[in-house]
Design a protein around this ligand. Structure first.
Ligand code: CP3
Length: 351
């Protein structure tokens, strides 16, 4: 049994005193690493890689071999849950996820009928088993799902749109269908995340990339409500939950009613402001702009320092990017970022 008290990331989440600010990177296993690209090639593509437990475990561990990261994250995708609805998912190079038959009405859901049981995703659970064995308690493993709203946007749009025309039209014109779909995804997500927990993930996370498309009241009604439902239904036994919201801006009205442990924010918000508003409720994760990893060491140092200054002294902060790392970033820059943080963050933790 791992002794969770040894994980600095969990101490940061629980606001226990720590020696330095911990860090992990969204999409840390990804295309910016040549070894990831090679393993993906070996697997025969992204989806085949996810469905191959040995290779999915291998890419999960790759960034940890290079960098002193404080967490690992399961190599998978939030859209894999569509397997349970028997919806055909492809990932097309430079285009992203595509569903050949996206959903547009209740009729489509009726045609799908009863979803498959979560055992169908056994390849994910096998991957978790392998990763836990390999990690051997070195760093915690983060398991995750997409928020029902964010997953619904892809199931309805069928691809990575920038406009979200279809889903916003359905929101206005066919709310009953949208709500049925959100309820269905919520139920599947609970089963799926619960099973990840039973296989030993140490931290859970919900990615709500597109919650911010909605105005405040809609955000509550179509996204946050289901996050709350997920948290209330799951049996977590002290395993923390990180809720990541992109483009939050000033939509704080309903967030304080969330019973989460960590709020993950992107670089469009001021971490000082978020801490003032919600820091007594949650720990905060973020929020370096990925663009800074394209700049030189001096600017990178300044930015790290600025974020640490804004958060201020003490525990409760997990350093991360505001969004996933992109394929163009040089791996050396990630090493530099971690070195800088290890160098300057200890002085924010002297009691
Ligand atoms: O962070 C990690 O390393 C864990 C694995 C992970 C991936 N996707 C791997 C991935 C996680 C947690 C996700 C979450 C995810 N997936 C989100 C929410 C977070 C976010 O980025 O906003 C979303 C919206 C998706 C859906 C998705 N997957 C899109 C829109 C795309 C295409 C865009 C892109 O970055 O390529 C993906 C592909 C994807 N997911 C890749 C990886 C490593 C790239 C696949 C490749 O190798 O081609």
């Amino acid at each position: 049994m791992d002794d969770n008290n040894t994980y600095i990331l969990l101490d940061a989440i629980n606001k226990k005193p720590i020696q330095r600010t911990p860090i992990w990177i969204m999409r840390q296993a990804g295309r910016y690493l040549p070894e990831y690209r090679a393993t993906k090639e070996e697997a025969g593509g992204f989806i085949k890689l996810i469905r191959n437990p040995e290779l999915a475990c291998e890419v999960t561990l790759q960034p940890l071999r290079r960098f002193q990261l404080d967490a690992s994250i399961l190599f998978s995708d939030i859209l894999i849950i569509s397997d349970l609805l028997r919806m055909e998912l492809q990932f097309i190079e430079k285009k992203g996820p595509v569903f050949d038959a996206p959903l547009s009405s209740q009729k489509d859901l009726d045609l799908i009928g009863k979803p498959d049981g979560v055992e169908k995703l056994s390849y994910v659970f096998e991957t978790i088993d392998l990763i836990k064995k390999e990690l051997n308690g070195k760093v915690p493993l983060i398991g995750f799902i997409g928020s029902p709203w964010t997953v619904a946007t892809y199931l309805i749009e069928g691809n990575s749109t920038k406009k979200f025309k279809k889903v916003l039209k359905i929101l206005k014109e066919d709310e009953p269908f949208l709500v049925r779909l959100l309820e269905l995804i919520t139920e599947l997500s609970i089963n799926y995340l619960q099973k990840q927990v039973s296989h030993g993930v140490d931290i859970t996370m919900i990615f709500d990339t597109w919650g911010s498309l909605l105005n405040e009241d809609e955000f509550e009604k179509f996204s946050l409500k289901y996050i709350r439902k997920i948290k209330e239904t799951l049996t977590l036994n002290n395993i923390p939950l990180i809720y990541y919201s992109r483009g939050l801006a000033n939509k704080f009205k309903y967030l304080e009613n969330l019973n989460i442990d960590v709020l993950g924010v992107d670089s469009t918000v001021d971490i000082k402001f978020v801490k003032e508003k919600l820091g007594n409720k949650f720990s905060i994760q973020g929020n370096l702009d990925v663009d800074i990893l394209r700049k030189d060491e001096k600017i990178l140092s300044q930015e790290v320092k600025r974020i640490l200054d804004e958060f201020g002294p003490g525990s409760g902060h997990i350093f991360n990017l505001g969004t996933g790392i992109t394929p163009d970033i040089e791996p050396e820059k990630v090493k530099l970022l971690i070195d800088i943080l290890r160098d300057i963050s200890p002085k924010y933790h002297i009691e």
